[in-house]
Ligand binder design. Structure first.
Ligand code: NAD
Ligand code: UDP
Length: 309
């Protein structure tokens, strides 16, 4: 197949490109390099089955492809809040452009949605049936509401135009090729520990997240995309739930060094808890995570160690 990956030079996108090429597909990687990096895909540039296109998903595009994965969007709070209007445009216009293309060329189209559609959840753990608790006018809204609107567009194109969609709600995922200055918690803590700097826990550190290793997540993407039973939305994530203080302690245990834990202000609207209910993925995709947090932190620390050398 020919497969389009928007956001293909980013953290998740570059791993997805690797897996698709490994399965013998041709890949068109579209990216505007806002948070993506050439170094994530440099090893693919000489591959005749790989094509790199510098383009912004808010502007229309045309490719003859069989499948589309729409991953283009900054994912880290400091990056998506840098230009919030652009973030909403990227989610909404990017979805419209991918869906329009899918409709024209009859491609199956995949949306990288997010656990942020549940906002600061009042139901715990979060099943797909939960409608969420999202502030529509806060600092996270450009991302949360952009992704919620993208889901709306996916399901309306599906109902109205019979577009063949798949929608996944991704919970916090980490691993090699995160940007060292990405701003998300796992990369921050590991890079801080490797540099001997203090680990910055926001607030009292009692808020929780559930962390999935990247290889597990990409396996889930491929399983959802290549079956005909389910369109989604479907949660993918690791149900192992940790407080940010526990994450900081585990990071220090894995990396070692002189760093201490310090506390900084909690950002506005920071969700207090988050854990995926992955019953649907277990039952329909036979998918569940295989890499535990300590093993994943070790692999990610190895990557950042080589990056920082
Ligand atoms: P990332 O920032 O590393 O990757 C995003 C990629 O999209 C980058 O390569 C960036 O340059 C590109 N991009 C951004 N805006 C664009 C635009 N307007 N046009 C073209 N390209 C653009 O983040 P990631 O973690 O790889 O996230 C990939 C996708 O998965 C995002 O849509 C994100 O919302 C979603 N997601 C990720 C997580 C996670 O924990 N990693 C969780 C939930 C959802
Ligand atoms: N966080 C933290 N220190 C950091 C970065 C983030 O304590 O240096 C916290 C943040 O406040 C949030 C959690 O870690 O409670 C996860 O943050 P991240 O930005 O990785 O993802 P998201 O909030 O989007 O789940």
């Amino acid at each position: 197949m020919r497969v389009l990956v928007t956001g293909g030079a980013g953290f998740l996108g570059s791993h997805l490109c690797d897996r698709l090429l490994g399965q013998g597909h041709e890949v068109v990687c579209l990216d505007n390099f806002f948070t993506g990096r050439k170094r994530n895909i440099r090893h693919l540039l000489d591959n005749p089955d790989f094509e790199l296109v510098r383009h912004d998903v808010i502007d229309p595009f045309k490719f003859e492809v069989d499948q589309i994965y729409n991953l283009a969007c900054p994912a880290s709070p400091p990056h998506y809040q840098f230009n919030p209007i652009k973030t909403t445009k990227t989610s909404v216009m990017g979805a419209i452009n991918c869906l329009g293309l899918a409709k024209r060329v009859r491609a199956r189209v995949f949306q990288a949605s997010t656990s942020e559609v549940y906002g600061d959840p009042a139901v715990h753990p979060q099943p797909e049936s939960y409608w969420g608790n999202v502030n529509p006018i806060g600092q996270r809204s450009c991302y949360d509401e952009g992704k919620r609107c993208a889901e709306t567009l996916f399901f309306d194109y599906h109902r109205e135009n019979k577009v063949d969609i798949r929608v996944v709600r991704i919970f916090n995922t980490y691993g090699p090729r995160m940007h060292p200055n990405d701003g998300r918690v796992v990369s921050n803590f590991i890079v801080q520990a490797l540099k001997g700097e203090n680990l910055t826990v926001y607030g009292d550190g009692s808020q929780t997240r559930s962390f999935c290793y990247v290889d597990d997540l990409i396996e889930g993407f491929l399983r959802l995309m290549n079956q005909d039973e389910l369109v989604g939305p479907i949660n993918l994530g690791n149900p192992g739930e940790f407080t940010m203080l526990e994450l900081a302690e585990k990071t220090l245990a894995v990396v070692g060094g002189p760093s201490k834990i310090v506390h900084e202000a909690l950002p506005a609207d920071d969700p207090k808890q988050r854990q995926p209910d992955i019953t649907l993925a277990r039952e329909h995709l036979r998918w569940e995570p295989t890499v535990d947090l300590i093993e994943g932190l070790k692999r990610t620390a190895d990557y950042f160690r080589s990056e920082l050398d």
